[in-house]
Design a binder for this molecule. Structure first.
Ligand code: B12
Length: 160
């Protein structure tokens, strides 16, 4: 069994590139705060460098990137490489939003392309916040909060 910790982690969030869609990431940030994470919110139209600088300044454990206007593959190009260059070798990178350029593109192709760019997890538009938080806790080896330790967690993977 792997070791877990109760310490809150700092998470950097923002909407990458020229994207101004702010509602989705605000909902994610609300969920993160409610789950006990410290959130450093960079807002809309955030350049890659700002994500990296904020993560360095706050010793963040993860960067959660939002991209809603369809240009994720362009805006996120080499983000992982720049993180490594800055010394953030092990930082978790999550990406969510409307990630396909076209609605014709199968989701699994989009996910595979973005994972190949270095994201640890890539989420479709209708992801449940509970699933993102569960993944973060698992990836950061954080213990579940006391009131959830014996609770059943329902995920979007389950049949209704
Ligand atoms: C409102 C809106 C706008 C507003 C934004 C206002 C604002 N302050 O946010 C305005 C009018 C400014 C706008 C502009 C544009 N928009 Co617009 N917009 C929308 C709209 C109608 C709703 C978006 C929204 O808020 N949804 C509600 C939130 C809760 O959902 P969400 O953003 O998807 O977020 C959820 C998930 O995606 C996920 N999520 C999001 N980020 C992250 C991050 C992580 C880490 C995780 C885990 C999860 C996650 O969790 C959220 C909660 O469930 C959508 C259509 C739609 N019905 O979705 C189009 C839409 C997003 N827009 C679109 C486009 C194309 C544009 C423009 C390019 C249009 C144009 N030609 O000018 C511009 C882009 C401007 C820019 N530079 O960004 C397209 C994107 C197409 C694509 N390829 O995906 C959409 C899908 C419309 C469409 N069907 O064509 N838009």
């Amino acid at each position: 069994m792997s070791e877990t910790t109760d310490s809150p982690a700092t998470i950097v969030t923002g909407v990458i590139g020229s994207d101004v869609h702010c509602i989705g990431i605000s909902i994610i940030e609300y969920g993160l705060k409610k789950a006990g994470f410290d959130v450093v919110s960079l807002g809309i139209q955030t350049p890659q460098e700002e994500f990296i600088n904020a993560a360095l300044e706050t010793a963040a454990a993860a960067i959660l990137v939002s991209s809603v206007y369809g240009h994720a593959q362009l805006d996120c190009r080499d983000l992982r490489g720049k993180c490594i260059e800055a010394g953030l070798d092990d930082i978790l990178l999550y990406l969510g939003g409307n990630l396909a350029v076209s609605s014709e593109t199968p989701w699994e192709d989009t996910r595979a392309a973005l994972e190949a760019m270095g994201f640890d997890r890539v989420y479709p538009p209708r992801v449940a916040i509970a699933d993102v938080i569960r993944d973060l806790r698992a990836d950061l080896a954080l213990a579940p909060p006391p009131d959830e330790r014996s609770a059943v967690v329902h995920t979007t993977d389950e049949a209704p």
